[in-house]
Design a protein around this ligand. Sequence first.
Ligand SMILES: Nc1ncnc2c1ncn2[C@@H]1O[C@H](COP(=O)(O)OP(=O)(O)OP(=O)(O)O)[C@@H](O)[C@H]1O
Ligand SMILES: [Mg+2]
Length: 227
Amino acid sequence: MIEFQNVSFQYNDLDILKNFHITFRRNQISCLMGPSGVGKTTIANMMAKLIFPQKGQVTGIENAVYSYVFQEPRLLPWYSVYESIDFVLKDVYPIQERKKVVLKYLEMVGLESFRDYEPEQLSGGMAQRVSLARAFAYPSNVLIMDEPFKGLDMKLKQEMLSSFQRLWTESKRTVLFITHDIEEAISLSHEIYVLKNSPVEILENIVGVQGKDNHLIRNKLQNIHLL
Ligand SMILES: Nc1ncnc2c1ncn2[C@@H]1O[C@H](COP(=O)(O)OP(=O)(O)OP(=O)(O)O)[C@@H](O)[C@H]1O
Ligand SMILES: [Mg+2]
Protein backbone atom coordinates (compact mmCIF):
# COMPACT_ATOMS: atom_id res chain seq x y z
CA MET A 1 0.00 0.00 0.00
CA ILE A 2 1.13 3.53 -0.71
CA GLU A 3 0.18 5.77 2.15
CA PHE A 4 0.27 9.54 2.66
CA GLN A 5 0.56 10.05 6.41
CA ASN A 6 -0.24 13.48 7.84
CA VAL A 7 1.20 15.14 4.80
CA SER A 8 1.38 18.92 4.61
CA PHE A 9 2.49 20.89 1.59
CA GLN A 10 2.31 24.58 0.72
CA TYR A 11 2.96 26.60 -2.40
CA ASN A 12 3.75 30.22 -1.49
CA ASP A 13 2.18 29.97 1.99
CA LEU A 14 -0.98 28.47 0.51
CA ASP A 15 -1.93 25.15 2.11
CA ILE A 16 -2.50 22.61 -0.65
CA LEU A 17 -2.25 19.57 1.64
CA LYS A 18 -2.68 19.87 5.40
CA ASN A 19 -2.36 16.78 7.60
CA PHE A 20 -3.61 14.87 4.61
CA HIS A 21 -4.10 11.13 4.66
CA ILE A 22 -4.82 8.87 1.71
CA THR A 23 -3.97 5.29 0.75
CA PHE A 24 -3.54 3.63 -2.62
CA ARG A 25 -3.65 -0.13 -2.94
CA ARG A 26 -0.84 -1.89 -4.70
CA ASN A 27 -1.56 -3.47 -8.06
CA GLN A 28 -4.85 -1.63 -8.32
CA ILE A 29 -6.09 1.33 -10.29
CA SER A 30 -6.93 4.28 -8.03
CA CYS A 31 -8.57 7.36 -9.41
CA LEU A 32 -8.52 10.97 -8.21
CA MET A 33 -11.36 13.25 -9.23
CA GLY A 34 -12.24 16.73 -8.07
CA PRO A 35 -12.28 20.37 -9.07
CA SER A 36 -9.52 22.09 -10.96
CA GLY A 37 -6.82 23.38 -8.63
CA VAL A 38 -7.76 21.09 -5.74
CA GLY A 39 -4.35 19.37 -5.67
CA LYS A 40 -4.61 16.21 -7.78
CA THR A 41 -1.41 16.83 -9.73
CA THR A 42 0.33 17.85 -6.51
CA ILE A 43 -0.57 14.47 -4.99
CA ALA A 44 0.61 12.69 -8.16
CA ASN A 45 3.90 14.60 -8.15
CA MET A 46 4.44 13.69 -4.52
CA MET A 47 3.78 10.04 -5.23
CA ALA A 48 6.34 10.30 -8.04
CA LYS A 49 8.90 11.92 -5.70
CA LEU A 50 9.03 15.05 -7.86
CA ILE A 51 8.05 17.06 -4.79
CA PHE A 52 8.29 16.08 -1.13
CA PRO A 53 6.10 16.55 1.94
CA GLN A 54 7.02 19.55 4.07
CA LYS A 55 5.52 17.63 7.00
CA GLY A 56 4.49 13.99 7.30
CA GLN A 57 5.57 11.23 4.96
CA VAL A 58 4.65 9.04 2.05
CA THR A 59 5.34 5.35 2.61
CA GLY A 60 5.30 2.40 0.26
CA ILE A 61 7.25 4.06 -2.57
CA GLU A 62 10.71 2.98 -1.50
CA ASN A 63 11.05 0.52 -4.40
CA ALA A 64 8.83 2.29 -6.85
CA VAL A 65 9.87 2.45 -10.49
CA TYR A 66 7.72 5.04 -12.19
CA SER A 67 6.24 5.90 -15.46
CA TYR A 68 4.29 9.11 -15.64
CA VAL A 69 1.91 10.45 -18.25
CA PHE A 70 2.12 14.15 -17.43
CA GLN A 71 -0.87 16.43 -17.67
CA GLU A 72 0.90 18.20 -20.55
CA PRO A 73 2.69 15.77 -22.89
CA ARG A 74 6.41 16.20 -22.34
CA LEU A 75 8.20 15.12 -25.48
CA LEU A 76 11.78 16.02 -26.25
CA PRO A 77 11.72 18.20 -29.37
CA TRP A 78 14.73 16.52 -31.00
CA TYR A 79 13.32 12.98 -30.81
CA SER A 80 10.99 11.44 -33.36
CA VAL A 81 7.94 9.48 -32.22
CA TYR A 82 9.92 6.23 -32.45
CA GLU A 83 12.95 7.65 -30.63
CA SER A 84 10.80 9.11 -27.82
CA ILE A 85 9.81 5.59 -26.82
CA ASP A 86 13.09 3.91 -27.75
CA PHE A 87 15.03 6.35 -25.61
CA VAL A 88 13.43 5.36 -22.29
CA LEU A 89 14.00 1.66 -23.03
CA LYS A 90 17.72 1.94 -23.79
CA ASP A 91 18.84 0.59 -20.44
CA VAL A 92 16.02 -1.93 -20.24
CA TYR A 93 16.15 -4.09 -23.37
CA PRO A 94 18.85 -5.14 -25.83
CA ILE A 95 18.46 -3.48 -29.21
CA GLN A 96 16.63 -6.26 -31.08
CA GLU A 97 14.03 -6.78 -28.39
CA ARG A 98 13.67 -3.04 -27.95
CA LYS A 99 12.56 -2.63 -31.52
CA LYS A 100 9.75 -5.14 -31.00
CA VAL A 101 8.62 -3.42 -27.83
CA VAL A 102 8.62 0.05 -29.41
CA LEU A 103 6.62 -1.20 -32.41
CA LYS A 104 4.15 -3.03 -30.19
CA TYR A 105 3.32 0.13 -28.27
CA LEU A 106 3.32 2.37 -31.34
CA GLU A 107 0.77 0.03 -32.84
CA MET A 108 -1.24 0.05 -29.65
CA VAL A 109 -1.68 3.81 -29.87
CA GLY A 110 -2.16 3.76 -33.66
CA LEU A 111 1.00 5.70 -34.53
CA GLU A 112 3.01 3.11 -36.53
CA SER A 113 2.87 5.20 -39.68
CA PHE A 114 3.93 8.35 -37.82
CA ARG A 115 7.07 6.87 -36.32
CA ASP A 116 9.40 9.41 -37.95
CA TYR A 117 7.35 12.49 -37.09
CA GLU A 118 8.94 15.12 -34.87
CA PRO A 119 6.93 16.42 -31.87
CA GLU A 120 6.15 19.73 -33.59
CA GLN A 121 4.42 17.83 -36.41
CA LEU A 122 2.03 16.09 -34.01
CA SER A 123 -1.44 17.15 -32.98
CA GLY A 124 -2.21 17.38 -29.25
CA GLY A 125 -3.95 14.00 -29.22
CA MET A 126 -1.08 12.36 -31.12
CA ALA A 127 1.48 13.75 -28.68
CA GLN A 128 -0.72 12.47 -25.88
CA ARG A 129 -0.67 9.00 -27.43
CA VAL A 130 3.14 9.05 -27.69
CA SER A 131 3.23 9.87 -23.96
CA LEU A 132 0.88 6.97 -23.26
CA ALA A 133 2.92 4.54 -25.38
CA ARG A 134 6.12 5.63 -23.66
CA ALA A 135 4.65 5.21 -20.17
CA PHE A 136 3.12 1.82 -20.98
CA ALA A 137 6.26 0.54 -22.70
CA TYR A 138 8.49 1.28 -19.74
CA PRO A 139 8.35 -1.61 -17.25
CA SER A 140 7.44 0.47 -14.23
CA ASN A 141 5.65 -0.82 -11.17
CA VAL A 142 3.91 2.48 -10.44
CA LEU A 143 2.13 4.15 -13.33
CA ILE A 144 0.84 7.69 -12.87
CA MET A 145 -1.51 9.10 -15.49
CA ASP A 146 -2.68 12.70 -15.17
CA GLU A 147 -5.70 13.17 -17.45
CA PRO A 148 -4.17 10.81 -19.99
CA PHE A 149 -7.06 10.59 -22.45
CA LYS A 150 -7.81 14.26 -22.90
CA GLY A 151 -7.72 15.55 -26.46
CA LEU A 152 -8.72 12.19 -27.94
CA ASP A 153 -11.87 11.68 -29.99
CA MET A 154 -14.48 9.17 -28.74
CA LYS A 155 -13.29 6.29 -30.89
CA LEU A 156 -9.62 6.73 -29.99
CA LYS A 157 -10.50 7.15 -26.34
CA GLN A 158 -12.45 3.87 -26.36
CA GLU A 159 -9.50 2.14 -28.03
CA MET A 160 -7.04 3.59 -25.52
CA LEU A 161 -9.28 2.57 -22.62
CA SER A 162 -9.48 -1.04 -23.82
CA SER A 163 -5.75 -1.16 -24.60
CA PHE A 164 -5.07 0.12 -21.14
CA GLN A 165 -7.33 -2.49 -19.55
CA ARG A 166 -5.61 -5.24 -21.54
CA LEU A 167 -2.20 -3.97 -20.56
CA TRP A 168 -3.07 -3.66 -16.93
CA THR A 169 -4.30 -7.27 -16.91
CA GLU A 170 -0.97 -8.38 -18.48
CA SER A 171 1.01 -6.71 -15.70
CA LYS A 172 -0.94 -5.46 -12.73
CA ARG A 173 0.88 -2.25 -11.88
CA THR A 174 -0.10 0.16 -9.19
CA VAL A 175 -1.86 2.93 -11.08
CA LEU A 176 -2.80 6.46 -10.04
CA PHE A 177 -5.18 7.85 -12.58
CA ILE A 178 -6.52 11.41 -12.62
CA THR A 179 -9.57 12.37 -14.64
CA HIS A 180 -12.53 14.75 -14.78
CA ASP A 181 -14.51 12.20 -16.82
CA ILE A 182 -16.96 10.05 -14.84
CA GLU A 183 -17.21 7.35 -17.54
CA GLU A 184 -13.42 6.97 -17.73
CA ALA A 185 -13.24 6.78 -13.96
CA ILE A 186 -15.91 4.10 -13.76
CA SER A 187 -14.59 1.98 -16.59
CA LEU A 188 -10.96 1.89 -15.40
CA SER A 189 -10.77 2.32 -11.66
CA HIS A 190 -11.01 -0.08 -8.78
CA GLU A 191 -11.28 2.78 -6.36
CA ILE A 192 -12.27 6.43 -6.79
CA TYR A 193 -11.45 9.32 -4.49
CA VAL A 194 -13.43 12.51 -4.97
CA LEU A 195 -11.50 15.45 -3.52
CA LYS A 196 -12.57 18.90 -2.45
CA ASN A 197 -10.88 22.21 -1.58
CA SER A 198 -8.88 23.54 0.19
CA PRO A 199 -6.62 22.35 1.71
CA VAL A 200 -7.59 19.16 -0.02
CA GLU A 201 -9.94 16.71 1.70
CA ILE A 202 -11.47 13.41 0.64
CA LEU A 203 -15.14 14.07 0.01
CA GLU A 204 -15.95 10.54 -1.06
CA ASN A 205 -14.09 7.23 -1.34
CA ILE A 206 -15.80 4.73 -3.60
CA VAL A 207 -14.33 1.23 -3.62
CA GLY A 208 -15.10 -1.84 -5.72
CA VAL A 209 -15.90 0.16 -8.82
CA GLN A 210 -14.66 -2.00 -11.69
CA GLY A 211 -16.79 -4.86 -12.93
CA LYS A 212 -19.95 -4.00 -10.99
CA ASP A 213 -23.28 -2.65 -12.10
CA ASN A 214 -22.22 0.95 -11.91
CA HIS A 215 -25.53 2.69 -12.19
CA LEU A 216 -25.48 3.76 -8.54
CA ILE A 217 -21.87 4.87 -8.65
CA ARG A 218 -22.54 6.92 -11.78
CA ASN A 219 -25.49 8.65 -10.11
CA LYS A 220 -23.49 9.31 -7.01
CA LEU A 221 -20.60 10.85 -8.96
CA GLN A 222 -22.97 12.94 -11.04
CA ASN A 223 -24.59 14.28 -7.90
CA ILE A 224 -21.25 15.10 -6.31
CA HIS A 225 -20.21 16.90 -9.48
CA LEU A 226 -23.24 19.15 -9.22
CA LEU A 227 -22.20 20.29 -5.75
N1 LIG B 1 4.51 25.15 -9.17
C1 LIG B 1 3.54 25.76 -8.50
N2 LIG B 1 3.75 26.94 -7.87
C2 LIG B 1 2.78 27.56 -7.17
N3 LIG B 1 1.54 27.06 -7.01
C3 LIG B 1 1.27 25.91 -7.61
C4 LIG B 1 2.24 25.19 -8.38
N4 LIG B 1 1.67 24.05 -8.84
C5 LIG B 1 0.42 24.06 -8.38
N5 LIG B 1 0.16 25.15 -7.64
C6 LIG B 1 -1.11 25.46 -6.95
O1 LIG B 1 -1.47 24.32 -6.20
C7 LIG B 1 -2.88 24.11 -6.26
C8 LIG B 1 -3.14 22.68 -6.74
O2 LIG B 1 -2.67 22.53 -8.05
P1 LIG B 1 -2.74 21.15 -8.81
O3 LIG B 1 -1.99 21.31 -10.09
O4 LIG B 1 -2.32 20.06 -7.91
O5 LIG B 1 -4.32 21.04 -9.08
P2 LIG B 1 -5.15 19.94 -9.89
O6 LIG B 1 -6.15 19.37 -8.94
O7 LIG B 1 -4.22 19.01 -10.57
O8 LIG B 1 -5.93 20.85 -10.95
P3 LIG B 1 -6.33 20.57 -12.51
O9 LIG B 1 -7.56 19.71 -12.49
O10 LIG B 1 -6.61 21.95 -13.03
O11 LIG B 1 -5.15 19.93 -13.17
C9 LIG B 1 -3.43 25.21 -7.17
O12 LIG B 1 -3.92 26.21 -6.32
C10 LIG B 1 -2.23 25.72 -7.92
O13 LIG B 1 -2.34 27.08 -8.19
MG1 LIG C 1 -3.74 18.69 -12.53
